[in-house]
Design a protein around this ligand. Structure first.
Ligand SMILES: [Fe+2]
Ligand SMILES: [Fe+2]
Length: 361
């Protein structure tokens, strides 16, 4: 189902986490020179299991964002998934930006709240610690080991760059396609966010040693999303599914790259994508409230078409790391299953009939 589409756009990140896992614990013989203690697999992967929304989105070193605002974003995301319902009606936020009384009764109130929030937490690429921290983790060891480690991080950064480049296309299309003024207003911030993310990744990939191999299945998923027939499908795939699934991946990468530009960037992106997802949930609710059965059925069909590609994406490894892919197969499958279940829950929370979702690929 729609959850299906998830992983593509941003999710590639997972590759890195998995490979690191291999390096560290499970297969020390494969790549055993990872800095001791810095990449505790058990802790990292354990922590990546569904956390409470508040945990997932904070705390981050985003000085410009008030803690209450971060908490509010978390509450909204949590509510989307059926957790702690009721927070939306009484957000723990006190700023005038969060709740605009003049739109409180509008069906677009949720979208507009995220519009205000997005503007409030906007940051600039120059805010990242380019001159005060290494771009990616640094290690000690032989030149071969250092090169191997750098290749892994280049892969991580490349996949995120690829995902955000795709996100710019999708955001621009959503801005163009959405017929509602309130949604268009919000999408101006989504386009800016994704463009800024891309700019940051471009700068980071250069400092990390250049691009690595692209994931062909991610490009395929992006194409399918951009070619989707209805706005309901596009919003679901991009914002409801992909934007939500990427958040724990960002947290995983951040935990594995302490003290680097990469860590800071991932922390910021986790917040931004929490807003992107929240806005998408709010808008999708409005769209589906006015959609006929055919449109909803179409959404489920599109999800079923994309599922097998998403699975290939989730299990993909670049040629140079294919041998690790086989070692990590079980872990990949577990993540995939988790992502799909999450997607089903999101779809159900939007009132969609998920009984026709085919997970038997
Ligand atoms: Fe992004
Ligand atoms: Fe995003």
């Amino acid at each position: 189902m729609e959850g299906v589409l998830v992983g593509s756009a941003h999710v590639l990140v997972a590759v890195l986490g998995d490979e690191r896992v291999v390096c560290l614990r499970r297969r020390p013989a494969v790549d055993h020179d990872v800095a001791p203690g810095s990449l505790d697999v058990a802790q990292q992967l354990g922590a990546d299991v569904p956390l409470s929304p508040a945990e997932e989105l904070g705390p981050f070193a985003l000085g410009a964002v008030h803690a209450l605002e971060l908490g509010w974003i978390a509450c909204l995301v949590g509510e989307d998934e059926g957790n702690d319902a009721g927070t939306l009606s009484s957000p723990p936020m006190t700023t005038e930006a969060a709740v605009r009384e003049d739109h409180a009764d509008s069906e677009y109130a949720g979208v507009l709240r995220f519009y205000e929030l997005a503007k409030r937490v906007e940051w600039q690429v120059r805010d990242l610690p380019w001159n005060d921290a290494p771009p990616i983790p640094e290690y000690k060891g032989t030149p071969e080991k250092l090169a191997r480690r750098r290749d892994l991080w280049r892969l991580v950064v490349t996949q995120q760059l690829q995902a955000d480049q795709i996100a710019v296309d999708m955001a621009a299309q959503l801005f163009t396609t959405a017929p509602h003024a309130e949604a268009k207003l919000y999408y101006t911030t989504l386009v800016q966010d994704e463009a800024r993310h891309t700019e940051a990744w471009l700068q980071l990939v250069e400092q990390a040693g250049g691009m690595a191999e692209r994931d062909p299945y991610l490009d395929q998923l992006a194409h399918m999303t951009l070619e989707a027939d209805t706005l309901e499908e596009k919003v679901f795939l991009m914002q409801v599914f992909y934007e939500r699934l990427i958040i724990p991946r960002f947290r995983l990468i951040a935990r594995s790259s302490r003290g680097t530009v990469l860590e800071e960037l991932c922390n910021r992106l986790a917040i931004d994508d929490g807003i992107h997802h929240g806005a998408g949930m709010a808008y999708e609710r409005v769209l589906l409230a006015n959609a006929d059965k055919r449109t909803k059925d179409q959404l489920i069909s599109a999800a079923n078409r994309m599922l097998p590609i998403f699975a290939k994406h989730a299990l993909w490894r670049p040629k140079a790391r294919e041998f690790i892919g086989s070692l990590m197969y079980e872990r990949d499958v577990a993540w995939l299953k988790q992502d799909l279940e999450h997607g089903v829950r999101l779809a159900r929370s939007l009132g969609l009939d998920v009984s026709d979702i085919d997970l038997s690929f």
